[in-house]
Design a binder for this molecule. Sequence first.
Ligand SMILES: [Zn+2]
Length: 424
Amino acid sequence: MAAIAFLECSRCHHHVSAETPQTLCPLCAGSLYVRYDMDKLRQTASRDDIAARAAASPASLGMWRYASVLPDVTPVTLGEGWTPMLLSKRYPGLYIKEEGANPTGTFKARGLSLAVTMAKHYGLQHLAVPSAGNAAGALAAYAATAGISAHIFMPQDVPFANYLEGVIYGADVTMVDGLISDCARMVAENIKAQREANTPDHQVWFDISTLKEPFRVEGKKTMGYELVEQLGWEYPDAVFYPTGGGVGLIGMWKAFDEMEQLGWIEKGSKRPKMFALQASGCAPVAKAFAEDKPASEFFQNAATFAAGLRVPKPYGDAIILDIVRQSGGKALAFTDEQILASILDWAKHEGIFLSPEGAAATAAYDALLATGELKPTDKVVLFNTGAGLKYTDMTAEAMHLKRPSEKKVVLPRSMPVGGIITPQ
Ligand SMILES: [Zn+2]
C-alpha cells in the first residue's frame, strides 16, 4: 500500500498534512486530493502484480486489488468494487459498468468504504452526511461494520430503500422536507452548535460530505483503474457517467492521471471523452456547460425521479466542467420520460434493470447515436451507478403502478401497453 505524502488543494495547490483528519483547504475551501510519492510508487507499484495478488489473497478483495495505489491502512470493507463490465447485446462497442453489484447496491460503496476506513484510522466516532439517498445507505453500512456512529440527513422523498437501510444498519436518520442542499445546511448547523456548546472533540460530528473530505474521491477513483484494467489496460473512446455530485468523474480523471504517471497506460494514449449526464429536472452542470460557464448556479425547484441526480449545486461543479471540456466530452440532460423509457428498453431487451441515474446515461447514448455523433462501434463505458431494484417504489410510481393492498388494485400480468411511461 502507498504512504500518503500530503493532501493537495484542487484550487490553490496548497499542501495539507494527512496526519490528522482534514475537510477542505484551510486557505480557499477547495476540495483536497490525496497525493503519493509517485517516484517511489513507480518502483513499488506494478500493474502486472494486481491480478495475481487479487487471486491469491482475500485481503485484495474488490477495489482493494488496487491497494498499491491506495492509502496504507487496514480496510473497512464489505467487498465493494471489481464490478462486472457487461457488453451490450445490441451495440458492439458499448459496455455497461454494473455498479449495482456493489454492497448496498450502488457505486457509493467505493467512496464510503475508503472514507470510513480513514475515519476509523483517525479514531473518529461520529460521521454525518447529507445525502440524495444512496450515500446515506452506504455510510450507514460501513459505519456499522466499523463500529462508528452515522448521522444521516436526506430528503423525505428519497427511495424508501434508502430510509430502510439507514435504520436497519442502526444509523441516526433524519428525513428532511427539502433537498440535499437543505440537508447539508442542517449537518453544518449541528456541527457548529456542537462546537459552540464545547462538545468534546471525539463527540463532534465529522462531515463526510461529497468533496468536503479527501477520501470519497480516492475510493471512487478505483472505477477509473478498474475500467481500464477490464479493457486490457486501454482507454475507451468515451465514458458516460450519471452526474449528481460528480465524485466518480473527478475520481476517474485522477486515476487516469496516476496511471499515466505510473506508466500503466501506453504513452500517447488518448483519454476518453467524459460525458456527464443529468436529468432535465435538475441539470445545473448541463446548463452551465451549454452556457459555457466555468461553474454552475443553484438549480431552482429541482425535481426528478432520478433521486441521485437531485443535487442542485454540486460542490465540485467547476472541476467537473473543467474535466468534461478538457476531455472533449459534453454535459447533457434528459427528461424523466426519456429516462423511464430507457429503463424499460434496457430491462426488456438486455435483462438489465437500470437505476434512473444509469438510464439518464443510456438515454444520452441513444440520443448521440441518433445524431451520428457516436457510432455503435465506438468503445463506450457507461456507468449504471446503482441497482434498479433500489428504486422499485419510485419507478413503479413513475409507471403509475400501485401495490395491490391499496384498495382492490389489480396488477397487470405484463407490461401494460401505452400511456404508462409518463412519470407523475
Ligand atoms: Zn486551496
